[in-house]
Design a protein around this ligand. Sequence first.
Ligand code: ADE
Length: 367
Amino acid sequence: MHRITILTLFPEMFESLKHSIIKRALDNNLFEINVVDIREFSKDIHKKCDDYPYGGGAGMVMMLQPIVDAYKSLKIENSKFIYASPRGKIFNQKMAQEFSKYDDIVILCGHYEGVDDRVIDILGAEEVSIGDYVLTGGELPAMVMVDAIVRNIEGVINEKSLEDESFSNGLLEYPQYTRPEVYEKISVPDVLLSGDHKKIDDWRFKQSLEITKQNRIDLFNKFVVNNFKLVKAKERDYETLCNYKRQSIFVFDDVPKQDYDKINNYLKTSFKKLIKYFQMIKIKDITIGCVGVRDFEDGVLLDEIWVDSDYRGNGIGSKIIKDILDKHNKVYLWVYKKNTKAFNLYKRLGFEIKEETNSRYKMLFEK
Ligand code: ADE
């Protein structure tokens, strides 16, 4: 059985943990919680556990002796020792999962100005913070950590729930609904009533992506750059590819009206034959861009790289280009002079200008 031991000056606070799912886990002997009152180990007649800081300054510091003796009384040999402290590494789901594998976890709750720093070395403590704010003590952080750790102990929560929830796959969770179907004229999304599981999964995935992009751009960027894949373009991708090509032509070039027909004609004829050189950039089943590479002169031509605007700025483009540069000795490309962002990226990656027209540079990367 897993055991979590709390070293605290305020043991009564931990009564509030014993509710709901945590209570059920305790009742089912899936883990045990052992709250130890540090004060009982004080050698002072008034049970004092704090003292003035060396070097002066405001506040009091928790003394070593009661803490070390409280820990020693446990006679635990191998434990994960956590010191709840605003100075620590920020607690997250990955840590909760990792800590849940230990048979013995000890959490020390600091108070006042913290504890005598030597406790970290003496007890091999890892400092862990629950966020960038300072609380009056480590008890609430310890409870937060206990709750998040216990949920990951086998048997406490249905495994499927753990798989789908926020952070488990790097994205935030999709929205959930329950009865009634309509409440004050607001309906549950139709797709959830369709019974079509593939459609429901796709909808949920898109919602997760969108919510993560809105609320946690850091997680979104990490997710997309680590989860995109390249899939050979098929006949059915032709329209999408034409759209990408049109966007890349029209966004950066003042194309004269009379050239529209020429470009559309090119897309209908020559471009159709180039599809076989293209790959679609996808996240799960969602197409987010394309890349085309084909033989050209004495090397290859990076014919096109396009990433939808919603998915830019996270390094997908440079990751794909770096991969191409790894595989080929000479890579050519054309870039619109106006597209300074792309031009600067190509320069950073080692491309040099070889030729120029009124509107474009021809660039070459050579190993
Ligand atoms: N003690 C006080 N503030 C804290 C925080 N943010 N995290 C962990 N322990 C703390």
